[in-house]
Write a protein of this length. Structure first.
Length: 105
């Protein structure tokens, strides 16, 4: 990994590869669980327009700032792991949402 790290002169930041172990065990397909969680989260957002607006603004900002990107289409039967999203509200800051990404095993 030390040889693969590089500095991006445009953004003045460091870029490093993901630290995957060689010959690691393949993760199980969690598409069903992730879809269930996404539908549940979508239903929650539909019930609360303010929460929906906050989530939309937050996700748009993540993509526009380069902190996230849209996933590319995968080849059939290729390994993947879905990261379900959920929103977290602080009762003291009801006008803001903080999205979290959580691995579900």
């Amino acid at each position: 990994m030390d040889t693969e790290m590089k500095r991006d002169d445009n953004s003045h930041s460091w870029i490093a590869p993901l630290p995957f172990k060689p010959n690691c065990k393949q993760l199980p397909n969690n598409r069903t669980q992730a879809l269930h969680r996404a539908r549940s989260f979508d239903a929650s957002l539909r019930k609360d327009p303010v929460k929906r607006q906050h989530d939309s603004e937050f996700m748009t900002a993540l993509i526009e700032n380069g902190h996230a990107e849209r996933a590319s289409v995968l080849e059939p039967n290729s390994e993947c792991w879905y990261l379900p999203l959920f929103g977290i509200y602080n009762p003291q800051k009801k006008d803001r949402i903080r999205n979290r990404i959580r691995l579900i095993s």
